[in-house]
Write a protein that binds this ligand. Sequence first.
Ligand SMILES: Cc1cc2nc3c(=O)[nH]c(=O)nc-3n(C[C@H](O)[C@H](O)[C@H](O)COP(=O)(O)OP(=O)(O)OC[C@H]3O[C@@H](n4cnc5c(N)ncnc54)[C@H](O)[C@@H]3O)c2cc1C
Length: 431
Amino acid sequence: MAWDFETEPEFQRELDWIDAFVREEVEPLDLVLGTPADKNEKVQRILAPLQEQVKERGLWACHLGPDLGGLGYGQLKLALMNEILGRSGFAPSVFGCQAPDSGNAEILAHYGTPEQKERYLQPLLDGKITSCYSMTEPHAGADPTLFTTRAVKDGNEWVINGEKWFSSNARWSKFLIVMAVTDPDISAYEGMSMLIVPTDTPGVNIVRNSGVGQEAEEHMGHAYIRYEDVRVPEDHLLGAPGSAFVIAQTRLGGGRIHHAMRTVAQVRQAFDMMCERAISREVRSGRLADLQMVQEKIADSYIEIEQFRLLVLRTAWLIDRYNDYKRTRKDIAAIKVAMPKVYHDVAQRAMHIHGALGVSNEMPFSSMMLGAAVMGIADGPTEVHKVTIARQVLRDYKPVDGLWPSAHLPTRRAAARERLAHVLDLEVGNL
Ligand SMILES: Cc1cc2nc3c(=O)[nH]c(=O)nc-3n(C[C@H](O)[C@H](O)[C@H](O)COP(=O)(O)OP(=O)(O)OC[C@H]3O[C@@H](n4cnc5c(N)ncnc54)[C@H](O)[C@@H]3O)c2cc1C
């Protein structure tokens, strides 16, 4: 019977190497460099030798199958890796599995033509360029059926008009994957398509870049884009016409679980800081760690992190087992909902027991709290995922015949008495 919570020794050796490498070589970059999406010369000069070491170790782009240069590790191994990589903003780029490029690579690999793969996928896999996924619109995000950006066929070109919002990394990207209405006369589920748009195409106008929280101007990476008569050749359609929803589901399923894997790392960091503080800080009666209400925070956090981590690992295992994001939709939605809550609750407790230092800009807790809020919105708000879970769960239930629930005790008792009458030596129906 396979029911194992241990990691194979050979893979554990890789994880130990990743752990030390990220701690010593990569985490310092977060403190002095801007964003990994900005592949400027300075960043490239620092990243390239680190990426080389990862490639030599055979750990580059592990989310990809062997046909695309990865190891085809599957989601479970990836989860164990991401529990380490998630500690650092730069680590996914050093290991070739950074969002949103990883998701964009996945759909290009899945749906791209050989020409699209050569021109857009290969440099992305090599870590040479940044890409952007441009779907959300200023007036509508959670419900893509409300999107209005249009792509109209004109001869052998598509002409795109519309506005997109929070298109992450657009300013540093070489190409955008844009979701647009190609047939307004049918259901949005069949009338929308994905198009690949080189970012320097005339008419791709970035109105402004937004940041989250109090990000510095140069790091603000979420673009408000106005597409004004943007022309791309007809072969820049990704996948079949009308397949945008199917492609989006492929992309977002993987993206959501990868975020959750990395969130395990961030929540653990907050927890470690909480515990270190608890045993370091003295009050009149002793250490913070000796106070019961602090102990409660530590116990609650430990339980919540372990629950969340197991849910993530089990979902990763399910994806490997069925290789079908549709079949694992409920589980992916469940970790998507659990993620912002566990991150928020643990980071908030850790911040609180650090007192003024905790809320100051000398500790990372306020960014963590904001990170938790982002996790509840990006890739769809919590409410929408809760609806998905409930709908999927309810599919396995049937309404009861008659007035009383199937667990109604008098009804069950009567049935049990009838069934066991011969041994109970009771008259059937004499209740
Ligand atoms: C950091 C960050 C990065 C992002 N990157 C990208 C990107 O690269 N590309 C991209 O296309 N988009 C990106 N987004 C956008 C993201 O996908 C949307 O913000 C998200 O889908 C929600 O859309 P909205 O912001 O328009 O919120 P709305 O759709 O206006 O929803 C706002 C709130 O209304 C409530 N609500 C909405 N719908 C429902 C419902 N059905 N039931 C119950 N309550 C509901 C929820 O409380 C929700 O939080 C990013 C967002 C963030 C924060």
